[in-house]
Design a protein around this ligand. Sequence first.
Ligand SMILES: *[C@@H]1O[C@H](CO)[C@@H](O)[C@H](O)[C@H]1NC(C)=O
Ligand SMILES: *[C@@H]1O[C@H](CO)[C@@H](O)[C@H](O)[C@H]1NC(C)=O
Ligand SMILES: *[C@@H]1O[C@H](CO)[C@@H](O)[C@H](O)[C@H]1NC(C)=O
Ligand SMILES: *[C@@H]1O[C@H](CO)[C@@H](O)[C@H](O)[C@H]1NC(C)=O
Ligand SMILES: *[C@@H]1O[C@H](CO)[C@@H](O)[C@H](O)[C@H]1NC(C)=O
Ligand SMILES: *[C@@H]1O[C@H](CO)[C@@H](O)[C@H](O)[C@H]1NC(C)=O
Ligand SMILES: *[C@@H]1O[C@H](CO)[C@@H](O)[C@H](O)[C@H]1NC(C)=O
Ligand SMILES: *[C@@H]1O[C@H](CO)[C@@H](O)[C@H](O)[C@H]1NC(C)=O
Ligand SMILES: *[C@@H]1O[C@H](CO)[C@@H](O)[C@H](O)[C@H]1NC(C)=O
Ligand SMILES: *[C@@H]1O[C@H](CO)[C@@H](O)[C@H](O)[C@H]1NC(C)=O
Length: 384
Amino acid sequence: MEDFSCLRLLLGLLILELLSLSNGTNSSAKLECPIEIEPDTMVLKYQSRGWSAVCKPQTSESNVKEIFWKTREDRRISNRTWNPDIHENWDPSPVCHGEFLGIGRCNKTLHYILYKPQETVSIDTVSNSESTVEGGEMKLQCSIINVAPAEHLRVRWMWQRGNKTIEPGLVGVNNESGCSFPPRRSPVNVVCTKIITLNRTHDGIQVRCEAELNLGPKGPQPPPSMTSNSFNLSIQYEPRINTTKLPELVPVIRGYTEELFCEADGNPPPRIQWHYSSGTASLGSNGTLVVKEEGIYNCTAENDLNTDKRVVRVILKEDYLPLIAGFVALTVVIISIIFVFIYSIYYKNTKMRRYSLKNPKLSSHNSNVAHNGWDIQLPVTKLS
Ligand SMILES: *[C@@H]1O[C@H](CO)[C@@H](O)[C@H](O)[C@H]1NC(C)=O
Ligand SMILES: *[C@@H]1O[C@H](CO)[C@@H](O)[C@H](O)[C@H]1NC(C)=O
Ligand SMILES: *[C@@H]1O[C@H](CO)[C@@H](O)[C@H](O)[C@H]1NC(C)=O
Ligand SMILES: *[C@@H]1O[C@H](CO)[C@@H](O)[C@H](O)[C@H]1NC(C)=O
Ligand SMILES: *[C@@H]1O[C@H](CO)[C@@H](O)[C@H](O)[C@H]1NC(C)=O
Ligand SMILES: *[C@@H]1O[C@H](CO)[C@@H](O)[C@H](O)[C@H]1NC(C)=O
Ligand SMILES: *[C@@H]1O[C@H](CO)[C@@H](O)[C@H](O)[C@H]1NC(C)=O
Ligand SMILES: *[C@@H]1O[C@H](CO)[C@@H](O)[C@H](O)[C@H]1NC(C)=O
Ligand SMILES: *[C@@H]1O[C@H](CO)[C@@H](O)[C@H](O)[C@H]1NC(C)=O
Ligand SMILES: *[C@@H]1O[C@H](CO)[C@@H](O)[C@H](O)[C@H]1NC(C)=O
């Protein structure tokens, strides 16, 4: 027991030691430059005026040797106050330098972004991919004009049918999202492409793209966003007859007619035609065929791309309805006869029982008999 407590004490000491050690490293790494930049982050819109950043010592002025600003070109640009150039310099990388007694030289960087929201956003198809036939590929292109810095841009492709919109999340402009732009911080044009395999389900869909310049919490809220014009997808596709509406085998009851629905999906809309040898079928509206005779009826749906065909076999079926009706009638008659028969037997029985009830001395014996007899099921009280 004592050994354990001793061990625990040792462990505790060890942990304390470790903690103080980590604290030590923290404090030694915390020898940060004692200068303060006000504000520490600047997100400025292109050609907006009246902004400046001030660099000053964190505590006292006493140990300051000098404080000044430098830009990317390592040029000394000003002493304590820096007025950013919001017209030309898109990437100044402003750094405030200080020299202190006892500390020496050190510096701090100002987070600085000069931005210009996208001028226009447009969507189009890339000219050499004109195919609009199902199965082909189409290259859509979203162009975002004159935006800076492009690396803060997010894009989104939107698919809309009617009033229903599918909007996958915003993605950064990079190779994975199919976007590219010149690697500069000054205004550039960003081009994003998307390749789609055309499908009949795409027909009539409107595609748009949205660009949003996301500059973080210090940037404008909400972030500047712009949506393109919509691009209408018009897909040509082969006709396809709806087979759920037109089965291969259609039974027709003799003496009746049946409608065959030949409906086909296709773009351009297909022409529907019926081919048959029977003389008694007649064409209804909307590609329907009214049949009453056995035979092969072929429906074709044809457009510029292809033809779809459906062969329908119509078979005649006897009308069993009169037969069934006769059978039902016969059954009813038989049941009636049985019922009458049973009733007559029962009627005789109750007559006998009424007669026996007149003798009260026999009642106890009679009740025993009645429990075993079939007349227990009958509503005795109602009848007697
Ligand atoms: C140690 O440094 C970390 C990160 O640099 C900081 O979050 C933490 O507060 C520091 N701890 C102490 C005791 O200074
Ligand atoms: C910056 O400070 C130095 C000395 O600290 C001074 O000589 C110089 O004139 C100052 N420059 C400006 C632009 O204020
Ligand atoms: C800022 O100081 C760090 C050391 O703290 C140094 O490595 C870096 O080069 C300095 N930056 C500039 C722009 O002088
Ligand atoms: C069209 O899309 C459906 C479902 O999304 C798929 O089953 C079908 O194979 C596609 N057709 C073509 C030609 O890509
Ligand atoms: C969108 O269309 C559906 C039917 O097509 C309708 O019920 C719904 O009210 C519409 N919504 C709006 C916002 O128009
Ligand atoms: C992006 O893709 C292009 C061509 O598709 C390629 O030349 C470039 O190296 C890629 N960039 C990166 C960062 O992967
Ligand atoms: C796209 O389709 C919509 C609705 O169907 C229509 O209002 C719009 O004019 C079409 N745009 C083009 C460029 O065809
Ligand atoms: C075929 O017809 C059925 C029944 O009317 C319908 O539910 C289905 O959507 C149709 N299929 C096509 C591809 O139009
Ligand atoms: C219907 O199609 C079948 C099979 O393709 C063919 O044998 C038959 O001759 C066609 N009938 C008519 C009337 O076109
Ligand atoms: C065809 O059918 C559609 C719906 O199934 C109906 O709205 C339309 O009026 C029909 N056209 C004719 C010519 O019967």
